[in-house]
Design a protein around this ligand. Structure first.
Ligand SMILES: *Cc1c(COP(=O)(O)O)cnc(C)c1O
Length: 377
């Protein structure tokens, strides 16, 4: 296994990201564009490196959350693709939007007017995607088709390129929320089309709506994030077969700083929350909650040590985590354990960790902190 001279680091497989992208592409087929979601530093994988891989694979669209993230990609040398800023823009970000050729999702009629003024002032064509709140109750306009049409008539300089919405419950087959959202979205699209407004790009689906084959929501573009990193969320209810075949691209490892033997009855860590019931060998790992190991995993979580799942003992500290090494004599200071990934037959992915920590896999990946070095293989 590749090792790197850092106490805690992640290895990101470029090839696995590329394979995952190709898998999404092949599932949606040649007529559907895949916008690759690289917000939040590509879910912790490193936005610029991941974007380079995707561009090399032929990706035409990237999607980020904020103008700042979009600027960062452009400054990092990503010029070949369109960049959709899903979180839209605030007035002070307008100039950067234009200067860096970013495409905003617009969430209100008022923002359509702002963008129109910006297009006028800059003398540049600005394309945007109008986000419809079809029932998630988060970003997006709830205006009627009539109100959208009359605003379009007053904003002829900014160009409506896309219509989009976002699903709240795409994995939930016990609820009709996704169908209801799609019906609403389609009613708006139809009304606009009836008035001669035909946006080039319609997009509603992210990973889960792709994976569970909600094809009526694929339209001409999908927005894939989690799948690129190897995950699809588990479904509720009677879900159809999974179409995606993606695998995690990230392995998170850390070095042992010390290994020692404790007698029966010894306490471990802050608050003495773990007491040995028998003599134990413990390892002190050079990573803690400041690296992104959830504090909630104290006395609950697992790591992989010498090819076996082994328990986290006591409370997780800022920079240190104590683990059970009673099963092995093979590891000493400087050797590595796996916080997320596979060793031999043992595996620990972000979904397993999330279940133990009481959160979701996205949260686990995005929490691996900036202190943890990213190494690309
Ligand atoms: C984050 C995000 C996505 C990507 O979702 P995944 O589940 O990671 O594929 C798509 N669309 C919007 C609006 C998002 O915020």
């Amino acid at each position: 296994m590749v090792s790197a001279p850092f106490r805690s680091y992640v290895l990101v497989s470029r090839e696995q990201i590329a394979r995952n992208y190709r898998n999404v592409r092949s599932v949606v087929g040649p007529h559907v564009e895949v916008a690759c979601v690289v917000k939040a530093d590509a879910y912790g994988h490193g936005a610029i490196e991941v974007s380079r891989v995707l561009v090399a694979e032929g990706a035409k669209w990237l999607a980020v959350s904020s103008v700042d993230e979009g600027v960062n990609l452009r400054r990092g040398g990503i010029h070949q693709t369109r960049i959709l800023v899903m979180g839209g823009f605030l007035p002070y970000e307008g100039d950067a939007l234009v200067d860096y050729d970013l495409t905003p999702a617009v969430h209100s009629l008022d923002q359509m007017r702002q963008l129109d003024r910006l297009a006028d002032a800059s003398g540049r064509a600005i394309r945007y995607h109008l986000k419809i709140d079809s029932g998630m109750g988060r970003l997006g306009t709830r205006a009627s088709a009539g109100e959208i049409l009359s605003t379009l008539a007053q904003t002829r300089r900014a160009q409506l390129e896309g219509l989009m919405t976002h699903f709240a419950s795409a994995t939930d087959y016990t609820s009709t929320q996704t169908d209801d959202q799609l019906a609403y979205f389609h009613s708006i699209c139809e009304a606009l089309r009836g008035a001669g407004v035909d946006a080039d790009r319609l997009h509603t689906s992210s990973t889960n709506a792709i994976g569970y084959g909600r094809t009526e929501g694929w339209h001409t573009m999908v927005r894939a994030g989690h799948a690129l990193y190897g995950y699809v969320s588990p479904a509720r209810g009677d879900a159809p077969a999974q179409l995606l075949d993606v695998k995690p691209a990230l392995t998170w490892r850390a070095k042992l700083l010390a290994v020692k033997d404790l007698p029966e009855g010894a306490l471990v860590g802050y608050g003495g929350t773990f007491r040995t019931l028998r003599p134990m060998r413990i390892g002190i790992v050079g990573a803690g909650y400041a690296d992104g190991i959830f504090h909630r995993l104290s006395n609950r979580g697992k790591v992989i040590a010498d090819g076996k799942l082994s328990a986290i003992l006591g409370t997780i500290s800022m920079d240190l985590t104590t683990v059970d090494l009673s099963h092995t004599a093979a590891l000493g200071p400087g050797d590595e354990i796996t916080l997320l990934g596979a060793e031999g037959d043992a595996r620990l992915d972000a979904q397993q960790i999330a279940r133990t920590a009481g959160t979701i896999s996205y949260n686990i990946l995005c929490s691996i902190s900036a202190r943890v070095r990213r190494v690309y293989v």
